[in-house]
Write a protein that binds this ligand. Structure first.
Ligand SMILES: [Zn+2]
Ligand SMILES: [Zn+2]
Length: 184
């Protein structure tokens, strides 16, 4: 399986949570703490309100890059990601805790929670671009929806976000357009 390694599933989960937060931010005020807690960020429950507040600001700043990724070639994406990396307190260490296999923590335990999460997200983007380029980054094709998604299909054929209405209303619209064309 292409996505079997622990590192790959971690990259995928981190990018998916970044996109989920960016999508929610575009729609209003997301519950950042709960989203990160659900995604397995163990410090989310106890993070300070100030750190969660800073995280929202920082995610808003990161969103333009997240939105553009699927349109960028590897070289352009790398340049943009490198700009983000220089701002972050990244100091990797190998960690084993809570029964998890050895894995890399990108920030020291003294990092603020927002520094940790933003570093995890930017490092996941960096690893993804190095291993697979930008082909798996996607944005919903349905009119009126601009949600981001991570495409895990074998042939990179995904067109829509996880909201089933986007696929169904687009298919209905395509079908109507074809029928009108045939009726001419
Ligand atoms: Zn860990
Ligand atoms: Zn959509």
């Amino acid at each position: 399986m292409e996505l079997a390694s622990a590192t790959q599933s971690e990259i995928r989960l981190t990018i998916e949570v970044a996109f989920q937060l960016a999508n929610a931010l575009a729609d209003g005020a997301p519950d950042v703490r709960r989203t990160l807690d659900d995604a397995g960020f163990s410090r989310a429950a106890d993070a300070s309100a100030a750190s969660i507040y800073r995280m929202i600001t920082r995610l808003n700043d990161l969103t333009p890059l997240l939105v553009e990724l699927h349109r960028l070639e590897t070289t352009a994406a790398s340049k943009r990601i490198n700009e983000q990396l220089t701002e972050l307190p990244i100091a990797p260490s190998i960690s084993e805790h809570d029964g998890l296999p050895a894995h890399i923590h990108w920030t020291p335990t003294t990092a603020t929670f927002d520094d940790q999460v933003i570093s995890d997200i930017v490092m996941a983007l960096a690893q993804e671009v190095c291993e697979r380029g930008t082909a798996r980054f996607g944005q919903c094709d349905a009119s009126g929806c601009d949600w981001l998604f991570y495409d895990t299909t074998r042939n990179r054929s995904r067109r829509f976000c996880s909201d089933p209405r986007c696929a169904s209303r687009t298919h209905t619209a395509d079908h109507r357009a074809r029928r009108r064309a045939n009726a001419r």
